[in-house]
Design a binder for this molecule. Structure first.
Ligand code: HEM
Length: 553
């Protein structure tokens, strides 16, 4: 009797407690969601693909950069709002506002998003220097601790690895005979993969040794990983689908994790602490936090992974696009050939065995530099917007307010080609535009005014650019050419890319006459490209290669 009375009393009060807990947990987030929703309604939005999933479908179509241009047109301004299921994102494409955004990041108003869309390996996802929060002590430790690996003095020392890798590829292409068709999408990947393997980890992955070997290598695993990651970023529900493609991608991610785990163990055995080893792995293995602890094994695997991914996918595609633009523009190719000949680097009948390309050549070949900049402007491999989350309400100088907790995306593609920000004939390949000084900046119509919510003006781009920025900010100039990103989280490995890309492009052009195959020459760039994490050739870039020694016309 007494037990039935007490249970009659207990059930409603238990329900009341549960209901209060639910209210306490969900009501504040519901209020902040509704508040954000209300504020965001002032930002224009292109039509949704479906009421349920919002813009998710368009974001997963692997042409995100073109969608960006269409959204700006339909929204009528370079700031617009997207929705993926119940989550909002604000995309900013105006360089003036981007400058303000990155200034705000410096003041802690922006953070990296919470989760990686697609972790490698099983178990709890672990962050790395790319995905970790800017406020995290581990991000600071890794960023600061690995930066010396990319110093000019190390790049100079590692340059011979790059030359050796490209030499091997040149020999491989020559062995196919004059007039052979070569896929430079694949060659670029092999090149950058072996370079990061050697320079970063002292490991020869042998991707440049047999260019006909199509057996699945770690390059292919990375490509598969990236594709799945980008699909999940557009549609987080995808991880619940058990389709063949999803399962295959998860298996590839696990294989990739296994390769990287082995590599970490190898590097640990090889040179645990050698001070004279300048590789990325050695810098990572030497890191100690404030308590003197090393990075955990799982974190090391994630760091190895991100340096591999960021170091190979990006650089390889940049090499491929640059060669594509040269083959497509005979006038630019002729100018580059003349520059290389003048420097004694081009194979000619009079100079059949030119001197080797040196590190010092990089700074002297100005036309080569312009060609690469123009290729990176038109086909920036990091063409997807850079994603952050506002940690507090952000008010930009055009009146846009990004509420705390909302994702904000910094467009990369449109700001580097749109006429309205001074890119005259912005969709055309014109390397000579870079003859003009300060081309990467444009003059802001009104003085820089707004930083974060506190209104502090701190227009600032990167540690490396402090000097030039101080000058351009005082002239109200704004950076609009930023293929390596901007601000605190700009590209950590850009010095390696700046050394690798010119070396590879110059050496390929010095040795071969390159001509697009009739099939690829007919295709528009839209048909050739795909945005799978990076903006890359879809089915390769095929060129007919004739060694210059053959002296064929
Ligand atoms: C053409 C070549 C490259 C391009 C265009 C490129 C582009 C970028 C961009 C745009 C970012 C900023 C991402 C963001 O703000 O969210 C970035 C970050 C990063 N890149 Fe690169 N990258 C290149 C090559 C490399 C190389 C060779 C490495 C290393 C070996 C590398 C390592 C990294 C790392 C570790 C980060 C994250 C930095 C951080 O968040 O603190 N990248 N890269």
């Amino acid at each position: 009797m007494s037990s039935s009375v007490s249970s009659a009393v207990d059930v409603p009060s238990a329900l009341l407690i549960i209901a209060s807990v639910i209210v306490a947990i969900y009501v504040p987030s519901l209020i902040s969601y509704l508040r954000a929703w209300f504020i965001l309604q002032r930002i224009p939005s292109p039509p949704v693909d479906s009421i349920f999933s919002g813009h998710a479908k368009s974001l997963t179509q692997l042409k995100r950069h073109k969608y960006e241009q269409r959204c700006i047109e339909t929204a009528g301004k370079p700031v617009y709002r997207l929705r993926v299921f119940n989550k909002y994102r604000v995309v900013i494409a105006d360089p003036n506002l981007l400058q303000e955004l990155f200034a705000a990041e410096r003041e802690g108003a922006l953070e990296k998003p919470d989760e990686q869309p697609f972790p490698i390996g099983h178990g709890k996802p672990e962050t790395n220097v790319f995905s970790d929060k800017t406020s995290s002590p581990l991000w600071k430790l890794v960023r600061k601790g690995t930066a010396p690996a990319f110093q000019a003095v190390n790049m100079r020392q590692f340059h011979n690895h790059v030359v050796a890798v490209v030499d091997r590829l040149i020999e491989g292409i020559k062995a196919k005979g004059s007039g052979a068709v070569v896929d430079f999408g694949d060659i670029g990947q092999r090149e950058s993969f072996d370079v990061i393997g050697m320079v970063g980890f002292g490991k020869d992955f042998r991707a440049s040794r047999n260019i006909d070997d199509k057996t699945t290598n770690t390059c292919a695993l990375i490509t598969s990983f990236l594709q799945e990651a980008v699909l999940r970023a557009g549609n987080p529900m995808r991880k619940f689908w058990r389709s063949k493609a999803v399962i295959a991608a998860e298996e590839d991610a696990q294989r990739l994790a296994n390769v990287l785990e082995e590599l970490v163990v190898d590097c640990q055995k090889r040179q645990p602490t050698a001070g004279d080893d300048k590789s990325i792995s050695s810098h990572l293995l030497r890191l100690r936090d404030a308590e003197g602890r090393q990075l955990s094994f799982r974190r090391l695997v994630q760091e190895f992974f991100i340096f591999f991914l960021a170091g190979s996918e990006t650089t390889g595609h940049t090499i491929a696009w640059t060669l594509y633009f040269l083959a497509k523009n005979p006038e630019a190719m002729a100018k580059l050939e003349a520059e290389l000949a003048e420097a004694g680097l081009l194979v000619t009948p009079a100079n059949p065995t030119p001197r080797a390309f040196t590190f010092a050549d990089i700074g002297k070949l100005h036309y080569l530099d312009r060609v690469i900049k123009e290729s990176m402007r038109l086909q920036p491999v990091a063409a997807s917007p850079l994603t952050r989350v506002a940690t507090r309400d952000l008010r930009l100088s055009d009146g846009t307010v990004i509420p705390a907790g909302v994702t904000v995306e910094a467009a990369q593609y449109t700001p580097m080609r749109d006429e309205r920000w001074g890119w005259h004939r912005g969709s055309d390949f014109i390397p000579d535009r870079w003859e003009e000084a300060d081309m990467e900046y444009h003059v802001r119509s009104a003085p820089a005014a707004v930083g974060a919510q506190n209104g502090k003006a701190t227009a600032q781009t990167s540690e490396e650019d402090l000097e030039i920025d101080a000058q351009v900010v005082s002239e109200h100039k704004v950076r609009r050419f930023n293929p390596f990103g901007q601000g605190l989280r700009n590209c950590l490995g850009q010095q390696l890319a700046r050394m690798n890309v010119p070396t590879a492009v110059a050496m390929f052009v010095s040795n071969f006459k390159l001509e697009l195959t009739p099939e690829d020459a007919k295709k528009s760039i839209e048909e050739l490209e795909i945005l799978k994490g990076t903006l890359q050739p879809n089915n390769g870039i095929h060129m007919i290669c004739r060694p210059r020694t053959c002296n064929e016309e």
